[in-house]
Design a protein. Sequence first.
Lengths: 578, 664
Amino acid sequence: MLVRLLREHLAPYRAWLAGVAVLQLVGVLAMLYQPSLNARIIDEGIVLGQTATIWRLGGVMLAVSVLQIVCSIGAAYLGARTAMALGRDLRRAQFARVQAFSAQELGRFGAPSLLTRTTNDVQQVQMLVVMGATIAITSPIMMVGGIVMALREDLGLGWILVVVVPALFASVGFVISRMVPSFRAMQVRIDKVNRVLREQISGIRVVRAFVREPREVERFEVANDALTDVAIRAGRWMATLFPLAMVVVNVSSVAVIWFGGLRVDAGETEIGALTAFLSYLMQILMSVMMATFLFMQIPRSAVCADRISEVLATESSVRPPAAPTVPDVSRRGHVDLEAVTFGYPGADEPVLHEVDLVGRPGQTVAVIGSTGAGKTTLLNLVPRLFDATGGVVRVGGVDVRDLDPEALWAELGLVPQQAYLFSGTVRSNLAHGKPDATEEEMWAALEVAQARDFVAALPEGLDAPVTQGGTDFSGGQRQRLAIARAVVRRPAVYLFDDSFSALDLATDARLRAALRPVTTDALVLVVAQRVSTIRDADVIVVLEHGRVVGRGTHDELVATCETYQEIVSSQRSAQEAA
Amino acid sequence: MSTQQPARPASAQATVRMGPPGGGRGGPMGPGGGMGMGGKAQSFGPSARRLLARLRPERTATLGVVVLVAVSVGLMSVGPRLLGHATDLVFRGFVGAMYPAGTPDSALPEAVQGQGVVPGQGVDFGAVGEWLLLVLGVYLVGSLFSWLAGFVLNGVVQRTIRTLRADVEEKLHRLPLSYVDRSARGEILSRVTNDIDNVSTTLQQTMSQLLQSLLMLLAVLAMMLWISPLLALVAFVSVPVSLALTRVIMKRSKTQFSAQWARTGELNAHVEEAFSGQALVKVFGRTKEVEQRFGELNDGLFDVSFRAQFISGLVMPTMMFVGNLNYVVVAVVGALRVSSGALTLGEVQAFVQYTRQFSQPLTTVASMANLLQSGVASAERVFELLDAQEQSAERTDETLPERDVTHGEVRFEHVRFSYEPDRELVRDLSLVARPGQTVAIVGPTGAGKTTLVNLVMRFYDLGSGRITLDGVDVAAVPRRDLRSRIGMVLQDTWLFEGTIRDNIAYGRPGATEEQVLEAARATFVDRFVHALPDGYDTVVTENGGSLSAGERQLVTIARAFLTDPALLILDEATSSVDTRTELLLQQAMTALRADRTSFVIAHRLSTIRDADLILVMEHGDIVEQGTHEELVAADGAYARLYRSQFEGAVTDGMTGAEGAAPVS
């Protein structure tokens, strides 16, 4: 997954990565050249007392070192740019993908998890690329360079490398293979710890009201201990890595002196070659150790990459059509549901069962029924937040699945059950409905939504700030602003999802009265709990367990529909008690 | 070749030393190491010191680590020197074999004079072998100590982080609700998750390297001082230069890091909002605008994080350059000293190599410091949370009657309360709820209805006055004793990630399956559960997942139902439930409310018309109280509210439209 993700998303930055490789190569070669310059400063300069030579070689060394620093900085520049650009691209890709999700995928992942994947997880992958840009290229070059130089010094001792290098790889590989599962487990447990904390904060009132603090502390302790355990386990292997590699290298350096000494005695090599061999051995060790840092980051990044890939690989269950059409202009404001069925995958019973509904411009069509009867689901089928699992939903005479989504949504004005406002101002929220709305249009919409008075009373008026979710407004005010947002749009179809629940009946009635002249050539599709809200509707559809059990005007239903009668009497009993 | 040869061994011998991370002889440097760390920490300010102070419970282990590292650094730096001696043995034998036995020392080439060459004697492989075994032993013991140190340190760091995490989590439960309400949820969240993660990662990465590098610096410094104080001084010049350069870079990278965190926060907020309101964004055709804004923020984050990364990536090359510069200067000065006869050749060679060794840990320290910077900044944010003022201390002056003999009489006596000091919300409120009564609270938003029950629950402390339960001041008993007698259904329908079954059982651990199902049936949860993919085992997410608002509300009601409390508080508990279900629910609730005192807040007056006592609140005061009939007869505020709800379009009695509207 990780490899695929990187290959795919690093493709545009191949040139930059090539630049990193070239710069690192030059930089490392410069670095490899330094020891021999060091040695020459000593041998030709200090030993012979040649200050001028020292200056000259020192100058060369500084020049090489400048070259090295320039290359390193260049590589750091390109590497950082590539890594961060990858991060940016991954965030963008996920964001776009989530925007296309239907309510179903959104519910499956959950918004908090998607947020984590879009930000934190991307950081981990980014980190891998940052490290990779420095290590993945430097380390092999250093290693190969070290081996070549060592062999150049004394080919006869080459067999030691044949033993050491695989031994080094084997021991490091063994430790890493032990660490990888721990690191994977660690990532999962970090997530768990964070989730518990998130829940504790968002549910703080419930936790306190039910005196569940001890249980929460315990729950956290379990998660915390589990994380600590695995972190200690991973850490122990990590602590083993360096000493183990040191043992391998040190033992081999002793071997070099012993066998090298024999070769020197036999006149097959020089003493200088021995010690040079030793320092190159050390270089090989360093390169392997550097590589291990990269290997340690890989498991963490791999887990994150999996989760990112999961988002990117999830196709929205609501896909835009290959050949989109636009609604039939002559049927503006037409909504037809024909034998519509909707069920969650794996559920016992479908949420909606063969529902038919016809709405025409100028009409008010109401849907009423108990909690869980499928009212909201029905309404959500119109803007394609879900796709029906059976039957057809038509808007403007065209199957919504054949419509260009933008064209479909342009027809609709939705007021959801939870009146969600965006952070910004009253004005910016209304602009969500109609970006180019004039001030007059905004006030007119607020007037219809019965929100004019309280907005006008705000010191900043239309520019009054709104926090995320609109928490600084009361539930009723939020609902009215959300209604105004839909009204300012003047859509062909209004979708009200229990949008009047927080309003008292008087406001409700005034709002409906104000809405009537605005909606003469539009269809109003309304879900409601209160009979009074929908009494005047042209058609009322009564839903029960996802099935239509009644259809008609209020008077007809009162006369014929048992479920409707129950609903009415449940509300009237209150009235009669007065 | 022969002119070159004598020079090689010496230079090569020095080269050996430069390899492994070690410096000088062991020496007593434990306490020195500690001081070094303290000194470094100061430049990071109090938060770094405080972070170190958290290691205090692990004092013994930490000290052990310092000793172990000191020993291993010592051994590992002695190793190359011993290995060098073995090389010398080989060298002597090699040179000795070149000259006939009995050649006087003075007849040997100048460079090998005084190096113990015995002419005529070849390499004594017995002696070399013995030395090499010694070296092997030193290396093995050194590695063992280094492994032990890493092993112990790992435990120290992980346990410290675990304690820090646990402290933060427990702190959450002691924070006053006002703190949580005031702060943005994402803010606290970020502190307890991202910041702690960051502290943990940086501690793990930096601690062992920092310790080792600092000890190595000291060891090398000691060796250099021992050889030549003057040269040591020259070499030491590189330290302030390095520090200054590091500081310049770090200052810049810090600005960029802060910018990066700020941008990450902004982006997070935008993404969170876009995801939460995704359906609306889509249906209102705002996808392009939202994506455009995201693009701007995303590009902005790219910009600063790239800069932060790049600037902190400058530390290593810069330090390496300083090291090289230092090397050349030392070489030149050293050569001058040799020609003036102040130092021997071997000393300068050794010194030059130590200079190399010196710059490596210095580079490490500099890059660790840069890394630590981000960890300390996070630690600071965590400490801020830990330092936040806690809710008032628990009192145990009085005890509530046993659970089964709690009558549930609630009294408010001259209660005053304000969320903000300058805006008093509740002024001198008194009321009595008799055992078994249902008390309904109605009134417009902002009247203080929810505040009233928050005070009963002791979510907030009173300004003055007192609230009693069965005659016992609720402030004089532990909060948990009080709350365990109260069942509450809140306006916000919080469910945790788990099955529906677990969510219902939340209020009563150890509830049997039958009890859970009974509660579910009584509250009509049972009715919709079967349409869900896994029935009662359907996992709901924090934000409810596939449950509708009304369904979530039912689950929370079932949860309270199961706790069987003495006092029941329903805060807009049924606002999203349809009226028929509500009617049925009320029958269940009536059974539930029998023999227990209940407070019910509702804007639907149908919900509360049969309450024993109705309190009408406005602006934190109770303006009317009585039964439904009494209040309707009195024709006051309640009657107006009532008419507005049940006579639909009639608008006559509405005074000041917004003020009296029962909007909540």
